[in-house]
Design a protein around this ligand. Structure first.
Ligand code: LLP
Length: 432
């Protein structure tokens, strides 16, 4: 993200105010113009993130499984696959999408506390031998997987996703995205690992344990909690090794990004720390997997929105709102997690005086509120909500009859692909 000398914001070398012209070149169709609200993604920036993370493994066996839930757009998944990523999926649909985007079954892991039978059947049945691993999240899931595998005459490869029981305060992230503490529904709690082992032993003819995994939480901005969770993985793997032919340990995702308040660690720092701890535990011969979502894509996407109007309420203090055409249905993070995304004008007039505006969307909810931002006192035509590449579009909805936002994918300084907005009549047709 850069501000050009002209005052215009640019992403991936493309001036954002100029997107309509660029998109017309791609599609040649005025109807496919970008308009707003639109997510714009810099595929080159995402590819760079993936390469930097790949380099942190320094040639040791590994898999960077991109958490598709963060952004499931095909051009993004394909760009990351081209850099060597596999995928971490959480539904049958994500599994199929990842495969359509070029992820081979042996580079797919599948997490989720409540996988349906048809989803398990898919994971077990794809390709010659099913996916790389189904992450088992409860003791109860093991006989279910065994039965589904037996019905197909296959052996399912699984990892044991432990709940590392990290103190919730130590996780230092929003409680909705902290997963590795005792009250969370995710993973097998450490005191239940013995029961899981018994269930795995009983299911040996149809279920093979190939790894141990955990995911501490998301948007972690220091390595401590990640390491605490990783150490629990390594200790569990060490204790299971004599009985099971483990192939890898998987320390999950969660690498934080800078939403404006700073983030002192890079994704590579988490991996370097995990690798060192893995070696200390005598597990250096196992492959190391990780499941980053946000860190690969978050900083390389913006949500463009048009300013509909301003509203100034007289009184003490004067209240100023900026109403934009993107709402909580397009970017849900502020409403759901009190998350803050910086908001800046697409074109910044030189010498503009800035005043605090509360930026809100059109949705009929008080939580449709992107917070107070310093913005030019005068007219602003378009704004960009920054760092919206992860958990933006993928969490969007059609609430209030609003169409899903458009998406533009930049590569090499041009719009390489465009997912246009659907007409509002689609919603009317679907709902009538
Ligand atoms: N692996 C597992 C098992 C996960 O549950 C998650 C995220 C990830 C990997 C990827 O985590 P990441 O590297 O992206 O932090 N919607 C929330 C984030 C939810 C994360 C859920 N699990 C947000 O907008 O902040």
């Amino acid at each position: 993200m850069t501000r050009l000398p002209s005052g215009e914001l640019a992403l991936g070398g493309v001036p954002l105010g100029d997107l309509s012209r660029q998109s017309a070149e791609v599609g040649g169709d005025a109807g496919a113009r970008v308009g707003t609200p639109t997510y714009v993604y810099d595929l080159d920036g995402m590819a760079r993130e993936a390469r930097e993370l790949e380099d942190a493994f320094e040639g040791t066996p590994h898999l960077v499984a991109f958490a598709v839930k963060a952004n499931s757009a095909g051009p993004i998944v394909r760009a990351l696959v081209a850099e060597g990523c596999g995928a971490d999926v959480v539904s049958g649909a994500e599994l199929l999408l990842a495969m359509r985007c070029g992820v081979s079954p042996e580079r797919l892991v599948y997490s989720g506390v409540a996988k349906r039978d048809d989803e398990l059947d898919l994971a077990i049945g794809v390709g010659d031998a099913g996916i790389r691993a189904i992450n088992v999240e409860s003791v109860e899931e093991i006989p279910r997987i065994a039965a589904r595998a037996a019905a197909q005459g296959r052996v399912a490869r699984v990892t044991l996703r432990i709940n590392p029981g990290v103190d919730a305060d130590e996780l230092d992230t929003h409680s909705y995205i902290a997963t590795g503490h005792d009250e969370a529904k995710f993973g097998v709690p450490l005191p239940s690992v013995a029961d899981a082992v018994a269930a795995l032993d009983a299911a040996r003819s149809n279920v093979h344990l190939v790894g141990v995994t955990s995911h501490a939480g998301s948007q972690l901005t220091s390595v401590e909690a990640y390491l605490a969770s990783a150490r629990a993985v390594f200790e569990t793997a060490k204790s299971l090794r004599p009985r099971f032919a483990l192939e890898f340990v998987d320390t999950g995702g969660g690498f934080g990004i800078d939403y404006g308040d700073g983030c002192p660690v890079r994704p590579a720092d988490f991996i370097r720390a995990a690798r060192a701890a893995q070696r200390e535990h005598g597990l250096g011969d196992l492959a190391l997997y990780c499941e980053p979502g946000r860190a690969l894509v978050g900083a390389h996407g913006v949500l463009l929105a048009k300013v509909i109007q301003r509203k100034i309420a007289a009184g003490e203090p004067t209240r100023r709102w900026l109403m934009i055409d993107a709402g909580m249905n397009d970017l849900m993070r502020p409403a759901l997690y009190q998350a803050r995304h910086r908001i800046v004008p697409v074109v910044m007039e030189a010498g503009a005086r800035l005043l605090p505006f509360r930026v809100v969307g059109p949705v009929c909810e008080s939580s449709d509120d992107f917070g107070v931002h310093d913005l030019p006192e005068g007219d602003v035509a378009e704004v960009a909500l920054l760092d919206a590449g992860a958990y933006g579009y993928s969490m969007s909805s059609r609430y209030n009859g609003r169409p899903l936002p458009a998406e533009a994918f930049l590569r090499g300084g041009v719009v390489a692909a465009l997912h246009p907005r659907k007409p509002i009549t689609d919603w009317v047709d679907d709902r009538r």
